[in-house]
Design a protein around this ligand. Structure first.
Ligand code: AMP
Length: 346
């Protein structure tokens, strides 16, 4: 069995690492010769809309998936005629545009931030397409600031600022038979708009509502594989912020923290294999390594630390790796998180 992946970043790399013990080979397409998946997968160096490369991928692989949502819809449509492709073009298209995403969520009675005419200032102006990690968005407090942002940001949408208690996300998987497995929700913190930490909770009061949201999306869009919904926990219940039609950074803790990682689960699902357990085995947290690589020696001197380097050139704001921390007790976890953050920040 060979799995094709559009995109060769760290998500494809971790998919390939999870596929290997199952005896499943992975081929990625990525224009970057230094794509993080290159060491662990076959790499076709080409852009994601290169027809010849897409044909080559289809010829080599039994099934095709994605590791990023910014894939050209025509490439997915083209591949769909040649091989099974998961997730569907319809689901990916819905998540590529913040407006269609919000309308799609609302059609399922899932709450989202008020948008455009519904919004009072202050607010956030975001580009509808292509923004990520807090890029392509601007907070505005006055009419003049809003009008300027609307002029300057391409294809903008205005969103009300949601008064949330915390940010969380649910990562879920569905197999080809419609069976669904959700991991415990994780609380997320950010630094400069980039995810910094994710910590799952086995008994989160929002678990049931988050699972209902993920399940409604999976059923409506016939999702096969892993997806994620980023949520705001508010006084009035959960409000959905973003949907990712793929494995997600806030699910990286599952590699060491769950019986089945999100990467293995995704590979199983798209390859027509049964899903595994999506539990939380022990107190676990994930911290992203952003910009600079910390000392490997210092990180590994902390018990319960698992290092994942993406072998990417360091650059400000760039995710170059992550660390998962596991512990026997919550107290021990808090102490190990503190020590790990000190190494990452030094
Ligand atoms: P996004 O690119 O939509 O995921 O936004 C990045 C981060 O900006 C989120 O994780 C939140 O911390 C913040 N944010 C985005 N949209 C809103 C909103 N409508 N209200 C409050 N904070 C937001």
């Amino acid at each position: 069995m060979r799995l094709g992946v559009l995109g060769g970043g760290q998500l494809a790399r971790m998919m390939a690492l999870a596929a290997r013990p199952l005896g499943i080979d992975v081929t990625v397409i990525d224009p970057n010769v230094e794509a993080p998946a290159r060491h662990v997968a076959s790499h076709i160096v080409a852009s994601l809309d290169d027809r010849e490369a897409l044909h080559q991928l289809a010829e080599q692989c039994d099934v095709v998936t994605i590791e990023l949502e910014a894939v050209p819809p025509e490439s997915l449509e083209h591949l769909q005629r040649l091989r099974p492709v998961y997730p569907s073009g319809e689901f990916v298209a819905m998540t590529q545009d913040r407006l269609s995403e919000k309308l799609g969520l609302r059609a399922l009675n899932i709450a989202t931030a008020p948008i455009n005419d519904e919004v009072e200032l202050p607010a956030i102006v975001k580009t509808r397409r292509g923004g990520y990690d807090g890029r392509g968005q601007r907070r505005v407090s006055t009419d003049a600031e809003r009008d300027r942002a609307l002029d300057e940001l391409p294809d903008p949408i205005v969103e009300a600022i949601v008064d949330f208690r915390r940010e969380l996300s649910i990562v879920a998987a569905a197999d080809r038979h419609g069976r669904i497995a959700c991991w415990p929700v994780a609380t997320n913190t950010h630094r400069n708009g980039v995810l910094f930490t994710s910590q799952p909770h086995g008994d989160d009061p929002c678990q049931q509502q988050a699972e209902a949201i993920a399940t409604a999306l999976i059923r409506r869009y016939g999702v096969i594989g892993v997806c994620c919904v980023e949520l705001f926990d508010t006084e009035h219940g959960l409000v959905a912020n973003e949907v990712a039609p793929r494995v997600h950074n806030s699910g990286h803790w599952t590699i060491e923290g769950s019986t089945t990682s999100q990467f293995e689960q995704h590979v199983r699902a798209v390859c027509g294999l049964p899903l595994g357990l999506s539990d939380l085995r022990q107190p676990t947290a994930m911290i992203n390594v952003i910009g600079q690589e910390p000392s490997l020696e210092h990180l590994l001197s902390i018990d319960g630390v698992h290092v994942h380097r993406y072998e990417k050139a360091p650059r400000a704001e760039r995710k170059v790796g992550h660390v998962t921390i596991t512990a026997a007790t919550e107290r021990q976890l808090v102490d190990r998180i503190r020590r790990t953050k000190a190494v990452i920040d030094s």
